[in-house]
Design a protein around this ligand. Sequence first.
Ligand code: ADP
Ligand code: MG
Length: 301
Amino acid sequence: MRIALLCRNPDLYSHRRLVEAAEERGHEIDVLDTLRIYMNITSHRPALHYRGEQLPTYDAVIPRIGTSITAYGSAVVRQFEMTGAWTLAESVAINRSRDKLRSLQLLSREGIGLPVTAFAHDTRQLDDLLDMVGGEPVVIKLLEGTQGVGVVLAETRRSAKSVIEAFRGAKVNILVQEFIKEAGGADIRTIVVGGKVVAAMKRQGGEGEFRSNLHRGGGASKIKITPEERATAVRAAKIMGLHVCGVDLLRSNHGPVVMEVNSSPGLEGIEGATGLDIAAQIIDLIEKTAKPGKTKTKGTG
Ligand code: ADP
Ligand code: MG
C-alpha cells in the first residue's frame, strides 16, 4: 500500500514506530509535514501539493495532528477525504475529540459514565454552577488543554471562584468537573484499535500531584482492566468515530468514567509499559480497513 503519515516531527517515537511497522510489512510510507501541504480548494478535482509537486494518490492517510495545528491540520485531512482517500482518523472525528465539551456531550448522550461536568459562559451564578457538580473540591479545565496544562484542582469555594473568574477574564473557555478523589491521582489509558482495546496502562501522578500525565512526571505501568472498563473504552471510541484512539478513564466510586478521547495517542508510554507492538496493530488495521472511497464524511462535515 502507499501510505501518507501527516505529522510535524518525523523523529517522534510514535512516528518512527509507524514508519517502521509500515515498512516491515512492505508498504511505502511518505512522511509529510502537515503544515507544508497546500491545496487549491476551489478546484473541481481537489488536489494537494507538497514541495512544489502534486501529491500522488494514497491508499491510506495516517493523520497525527498536534493540538496546536488542529484547524489547518484537519483542513488538510478534509482535503484528502475530498479526493476520496481513506484516512485513519476523519477530520470531523479529530475536531470532535479536540473539544472536550463537545466530546463529553456526545458521550453523555449515549450514556457513557463521565465525571459530573458543568459548563457556562457567564460567571454570575458560580455558586449554582459549583453546586451542580457536587460542590468543592472541583477540577477546572481549559476546553482545549492538553498534557495536563490548564487542569486545576480547586479545594475551596473561594479558590474555585477565583480560578474560574481568572480563566473567564482571560477569555478562555473552561469546564468545571467533579473531582474524582478516589482515583488517587491515577488514570487508565486504554488504546482502542479497530473496536478492540489492545493495550491498557495505569498512569500515576508524582507525589502530591492529582494529574497523572506522563508529561507532568507521572509513571506508567501495565494494568488489567475490568470488562466494564473495556466496554466503556470501546463504546467511547465508536461514539467518537475513531478507528484508533486513546481513551482515558478514571476509576470512580460510580464506575469507570471517561475523561477524554485522544485521536493521536502517543505510542512511547504505552509500548514501554506493556511491551506490545501497537504500531504494528495500527498498520494491520489499515491493511484490513483502508479502501478508496470508504471515508464516511468525504469532507462534508
Ligand atoms: P489533559 O488533556 O490536559 O491531559 P485531562 O482532562 O486528561 O487533561 O486531565 C489531566 C489529568 O488530571 C488526568 O489525567 C487526571 O489524572 C487528572 N484529572 C482530570 N480530571 C479529573 C477529575 N475530574 N478528577 C480527578 N482527576 C482528574
Ligand atoms: Mg489527559
